[in-house]
Design a protein around this ligand. Structure first.
Ligand SMILES: CC(C)(COP(=O)(O)OP(=O)(O)OC[C@H]1O[C@@H](n2cnc3c(N)ncnc32)[C@H](O)[C@@H]1OP(=O)(O)O)[C@@H](O)C(=O)NCCC(=O)NCCS
Length: 183
């Protein structure tokens, strides 16, 4: 399915389609070194074909409610990604992951995108609990969860393998009732 979620003027989330593969690859390739600091999947995206397969897989996962990825479009440019993990279980929970091209940091773009996807998850997908996991030292990502009122639950020790070392992840969550109260 192909749909668009409006974030603010000039900023929207669009479900990825196969035709995006080339531009997605160019942005990832340009930002590869910077993204590798915190994301584990860069070595799986070495060609446009890798991205195309990833998008095809996401379309299948979406149909099964096992995931949902969006491209972030800012003033007509593709500048990053944001997505939900499984969102269709009886527990009504999901998690959010995201990344932005290096040149577009520092403008509040991701905070607005995460806020929008949180709203969408609670209001359109009937989610009850949203989780974000960040490496303990990833202060920029942790700041997003804090701006949006996620609660810190604890540290998952050595929870992610990043190429040549393990990192500890802080787990944050936000409940539907907390979000409604905030609004
Ligand atoms: C994590 C990541 C998305 C954070 O990007 P970011 O630009 O810091 O986040 P935002 O787009 O929300 O912008 C926040 C910044 O814009 C500033 N800002 C400007 N206007 C703003 C606004 N209206 N609202 C919020 N922040 C605003 C904030 O002060 C902050 O800057 P600071 O860090 O200098 O204080 C980015 O660093 C990234 O993609 N990193 C690599 C991948 C990664 O780590 N992904 C997350 C894995 S858990």
């Amino acid at each position: 399915m192909n749909f668009i979620i409006h974030v603010r003027d000039g900023l929207e989330l669009r479900r990825r389609v196969e035709a995006d593969a080339e531009v997605v690859f160019q942005v990832i390739d340009k930002n590869r070194y910077y993204l590798k600091q915190w994301l584990p999947w860069l070595d799986d995206t070495k060609t446009v074909e890798d991205i195309r397969k990833y998008i095809q897989n996401d379309i299948v996962e979406f149909e099964k409610k096992e995931g949902c990825d969006f491209g972030i479009w800012y003033e007509g440019q593709w500048i990053g990604g944001i997505g939900l993990s499984s969102f269709g279980t009886k527990d009504r929970k999901t998690s959010i992951g995201y990344w932005l091209a290096e040149d577009f940091q520092g403008k509040g773009i991701m905070t607005d995108c995460v806020r929008t996807l949180v709203n969408y998850s609670f209001e359109q997908l009937n989610i009850n609990r949203i989780v974000i996991r960040c490496a303990v030292e990833n202060s920029k990502s942790r700041a997003i969860t804090q701006r949006l009122g996620f609660k810190e639950e604890g540290v998952l020790r050595q929870s992610e393998w990043l190429y040549d070392h393990f990192v500890d992840l802080v787990i944050y969550s936000l409940l539907r009732e907390e979000w409604s109260q905030k609004k």
